[in-house]
Design a protein around this ligand. Sequence first.
Ligand code: GTP
Ligand code: MG
Length: 328
Amino acid sequence: MPANLTPQYHDAEERFKAAASHEEKLAALHEMIALLPKHKGTEKLFADLKKRLAKLEEEVEHAAHGGRRADPGHVKREGAGQWVLLGEPNAGKSSLLAALTHAHPEIGEYPFTTRVPLPGMMPFEDVQVQLVDTPAVAAGHTEPYLVNLAHNADGILLVLDVTADDGEVAARLLLELLERARVWPRTRPVPADAPPFLAIRPVIALGNKADLDDGTFAELAREAIGKDLPFHAVSAFTGAGLDELRPLLYRELRRVRVYAKEPGKKPDLAAPFVLPDGATVHDLAERVHKDIAAALRFARIWGHAKFDGQQVDRQHVLVDRDVVELHA
Ligand SMILES: Nc1nc2c(ncn2[C@@H]2O[C@H](COP(=O)(O)OP(=O)(O)OP(=O)(O)O)[C@@H](O)[C@H]2O)c(=O)[nH]1
Ligand SMILES: [Mg+2]
């Protein structure tokens, strides 16, 4: 059976062959695996790529000091979910990370200040949302691992400098990167002939440096990135727009937070469990403890339920801020 490899696959393969560093090789290989059509005819190739990946990862480990080196294309997800910031040099990605989280990234007026991805946690109400700052996206200078980072994220923030004169080029590069990462903005209808293995994710455009703009530049940036993406004018300097952005970054993750409670005790309201929208009582029990999930008989719910302490079964769908008492 012919493998029917796509031009994108061949492109990734070329990059794999040309790669000078382990990181570049890894990134290209991850891409090849993601881009490989999955069917009977590619099973052997798939297994072969996986084997190569395992070997390469091992080499990276050994090459690093102390035998361990993190893959920059992987930032451990923490909190309610992970947003990756992508943008042209000097757009203000690091400044936004500093304004929204407790992280202290390096900020510079020269391009390519940020060299490696840096996560920060944004407190929102009683949860934390992870934001990841990244090295700039620029023609000929884009780190290959950004493709993986974007593909694995829960959401993408496209950071645009509204005062930049090459806004259209920057927007195009960012949209191309999303395409290579197979990230499909959730606000865009998925066509019938869409490529496979798409990560359908919230993608939000931020027009930064609104403090230098009367709204004219922001409108141009919005047109450049496409009006089918949500657009927010913000300023990392003055904080304009950030108070509206914070709840959006939590809401767009589509999570529910629920508070588990033991019978006869008060719920721990400081430490919610964060679950995907649509999660059930069973999903919560699994998160609390495997044994509890197995032995679960019923639960009582306080919150949106018709009356407090209502008894529900394990298939019951939870709602944000429910308090749940698990009876095993
Ligand atoms: N006026 C204004 N300047 C800003 C704003 N945000 C960032 N800057 C400035 O823009 C420059 C670049 O900021 P960074 O946060 O380092 O930008 P970056 O996107 O992380 O840049 P790279 O890491 O080089 O890709 C710095 O001089 C910042 O002070 C803003 O909201 N308003
Ligand atoms: Mg930076």
